[in-house]
Structures are given as structure tokens and as C-alpha cells.
Ligand binder design. Sequence first.
Ligand code: HEM
Length: 548
Amino acid sequence: MATVPEDGGALQLHHLALAAAAVALVSAYLVWFWALSRRLSGPHMWPLVGSLPSVVLNRGRVHDWILDNLRATGEAATYQTCILPLPLVARRQGLVTVTCNPRNLEHILRARFDNYPKGPMWQAAFHDLLGQGIFNSDGDTWVLQRKTAALEFTTRTLRQAMARWANRIIKNRLWTILADHGASVDLQDLLLRLTFDNICGLTFGKDPETLSPGLPENPFANAFDSATEATLQRFLFPSFLWRVKKALGVGSERSLRDSLAVVDRYLTEAIAARKATPSDDLLSRFMKKRDGSGRAFPDDVLSWIALNFVLAGRDTSSVALSWFFWIVTQRRDVERKVVQEIAAVLRDTRGGYDDTGKWTEEPLDFDELDRLVYLKAALAETLRLYPSVPQDSKYVVADDVLPDGTVVPAGSAITYSIYSVGRMESIWGKDCAEFRPERWLSGDGTRFEPPKDAYRFVAFNGGPRTCLGKDLAYLQMKSIASAVLLRHSLDLVPGHKVEQKMSLTLFMKNGLQVHVMPRDLAAYAAPPEEPAPCQGVVVIPTTTAAAA
Ligand code: HEM
């Protein structure tokens, strides 16, 4: 009979001990994991990887996946999940709280505002692009910029400047391009160019003319795009990775560095030009301001300020407009009402039962735009279902309990799904999936009436960090929407797939390919005899092929 040598026995014992320890460790982990997953209310979690597999599987429909999860919680409209279920990290970096509960939103965005800043991860990732500008700062740095900017944003002169810049681009370039278009155009691309030019004009008094015949490449716009793209890449992987890439100057970090150099040169020239000839743009206004100690803002701070406004105001309106125009192609009753309203205002201000030619000589002016309440309601309804910023997140400074009882530990993150707020039956009622601008109007249809509970509609955020450009954005969107629909009707190119792009902004992944036809205004020259019937299309699909 073979005997086990003495040292072989010790080895076997050692292996047995190791195996027993491993079994004990795995069992302890599984018990711990079981207790953790019982406590959390979100999607299914697996050991070690948490809910990451579901995130990956649903990466093409993240916003709808989050919405499904939130709907599954019923009235609570909040869940917690873990993407790194390991002891020590599971309660902090690994834990994600997701909510669209209006009471929680009010708590995070207003009542306990100081406990929920943007936080260190967001700030570090955006620092190279945005410095400590308003969009990327917390605390005193943010307060000073917010106060200074808020004063400017409430002035009527700024809104008039916005309308002037927008109308100049519409009249000189957008109308020409739409009139000369080929078989079809990507309307989203035109709109992105238009709002980029518009926000640059308003911010530093220089229109880069990216929307021009031939749709030229523009080094500043390209550099800005690739810098934003490279910055967003930093969120995809653990933060030490981008720090290493930055130190080595490779990959997306190298492209970020090169793009920032182009952006920086452009802004330095813009600042010098505005110093030489001040105008009515935001930069010129900030040059006249003094900081807390009575000093003028230095050039690098002016540069951050300008860049932050460009980032905040560039894509948000064009993306909202793209969804609005798509809905208009699906809902002819909405289109008819929008054009009828514009016609009613123009009949009043420009006359014209017999000469609608006067209606299209100039885009609508500031006072005419102010009267378009149905159009504003249709835009708000678009933002309810397709918010340009579909989700946002905040960092938890100190342990807290949300109004619905959810415990949020310090160091963890809260994601609030703006997309879901607008689509929950518990928040917007049974017809939440229906596109119905009337829900934003007073009973007689003459006034725009936002919901009494401001946290049922957070497309422009809420609380002290509410979007500063909200009124400007509505004005700009009304100006562009009325200018396009007054001259043209649109048809979606058959077979074109309208799909969401998964990004910080709700772009259309494949753009918006439309046929642009001239509009015959004769039908609108006299007031309509009876109201247009509602077609009652109920569910607005999120991913759709062109309607037959
Ligand atoms: C449809 C158009 C727009 C939408 C949906 C929108 C939405 C938002 C949202 C959700 C935020 C909060 C972002 C955050 O804190 O993470 C925000 C902030 C901001 N928005 Fe807008 N925005 C729009 C247009 C504009 C425009 C045109 C401007 C400027 C001209 C602008 C200026 C700002 C600024 C400066 C902030 C930062 C406020 C702060 O942190 O104190 N926005 N916007």
C-alpha cells in the first residue's frame, strides 16, 4: 500500500485548510451579498458584478431601462442598486440610487441643496474643459458666478439680443439652405450648427458661421466637439485610467489636449476682440463686472465663463427642436395648430388676408414670438417626453434619508432620471404617454401654465441650479420653429430610423432626415372656421422607423 510521505501530508493538509478558508470566505461573501441584495430594491444583481450585466445588455436603451425599473417600484419611483458589490465599496462608490420621485427631487435640488453638489468625480473629469466655470463648480465659486450671471439673464436686453442673433442666422442662412436643399436634409445637423452659431454670437459676439451653404467644417466647432467627446470618455472607465492616459499624453487624452489648444486660441482672440470693441454679448457684460473683491475677471476666468455658456446652451435647444420637428411629422393636428397660431399673430401684426408674403419677409420679432403660447406648450410637451438632458447625478456629502425613506450614505451618488419623471403614470396621469400640448395651457387656451409642483417637470433642472437659459431657450426655439414651419412643411424620409443616442444629451443617433416642402400659406390667410380635430396618436414610440 502506498504511503503518503510526511511532507506530502502536510501539503495536503495545507491545501485542505486553504480550500476550507476559500469556502468560508465565499460563503461569507454570499451571505453578505444576499443580505445586500435583499436590502436593495433595483434590478437583479449578481455577485461581484452587481447590476452591471443588465446595464451592458440595455446599453442601447438606458433611459427606457431606467424607466422600466422605476415603474416596477410603483409609487416609490426610487430604487437602489450596486455596480460594485464588494465590502467597503458597496455602500459608497458602488451604490447607485436612482429616483424620479418629485419629493426626492425637491429634497436633492432645493431643500438639502448643500448636501448634493456635483461632486469631486464630475468636477475632476470636466476640469480641463470647463475649469471652475458655473457649470462645473460648487460652493462659493459657483455662488459668485451664478449671482453675476443671474443678473444678466433676467434682463430684457439679453433676450432681445438672443432674438436678434437667431433671426440674423435664420434670415441670412437657414432659409436659403432650406430653400436650396437637395432630396433630403439632416435637420438635426442644421439645427446643431444653427444653435452653435447662435450661442457663440450671444456669448462672445462672434458667429462662427458653421451653418452656411455647403455646411463647411469649422476648426473651433470641431475642436469643441472632440474636447466634449473626450471629456465624456472619462466617465466610461475608472478615473485612474484617464489620469494615466493624460500623464502619458495618449489616446483620447491627447486628442483632448490638442482640441483644448484650438479652443483656447479661439477664445483668446475672441476676448481680445471684445476688449477692443465691446458689444451686447455676455462676454462684454462680464468684462464690466467685478468679482467679490472688486477686481475685474482675469482672462482665463472670462474664457471659462464663455466656454461654460457655450456648452450649456449649444446642443440642448437643437436636440429639443429635433424631437419637436419629428413629432410634428407624426402629428399633423399639432402642426396645423402651431401654424394657425403663428398665422393669427401675423394677421394681427403684419396684416395680410391678401398678402401673406409679408409674413415670410422677416422672422418673427421678439413681441410676436412672445404671443405664441401653443407653440411654447408644444415645446414644453416635447421636453417632458424628450428632455435634452435625460438624466443627471449628484454626490452625497453626508448620510441622509430621502423623503420616501431611502437611506443614502455619504460618498455615494444619486442619479435622477429626468426622462422618467415625464413618463410616469403616477406623476402625469393615465395619458402620460400621449403628446398633448393642451396640458400646458389654461382652460381657455390663452396662457401657458406650467405645473404647480415644479418638480413634476425638471427638464430645466430645479432649485438654485435651475437652468439660467430657460427663457432664452424657449425664445430661441420658438423663433426657429416658427421660421421653419411658416415657410415649409416636413416629411420624414421613408425608412429613416429615429433613435435615441445614449449620451449626456438626448441626440438622435441617426439624425433627422426629412424632405422639406414649401408651405402654401393661402389656407392660413383667414382665421380657421372650426378647430382642427385631434388625431389622438397616443404612445410616442422611443425608437421608431418612419411612419408609413
Ligand atoms: C432646451 C434648452 C435647454 C435645456 C433643456 C436646458 C437644461 C438645463 C439643465 C438640465 C441644467 C442643469 C445641468 C446641471 O446642473 O447638471 C441646465 C443648467 C444651465 N443652463 Fe440650461 N438648458 C437649455 C438651454 C440653455 C441655454 C440656451 C443657456 C444659455 C444661454 C443655458 C444655460 C445654462 C446654465 C448657465 C446652466 C448652469 C446653471 C448652474 O449650474 O447654476 N441653458 N440647463
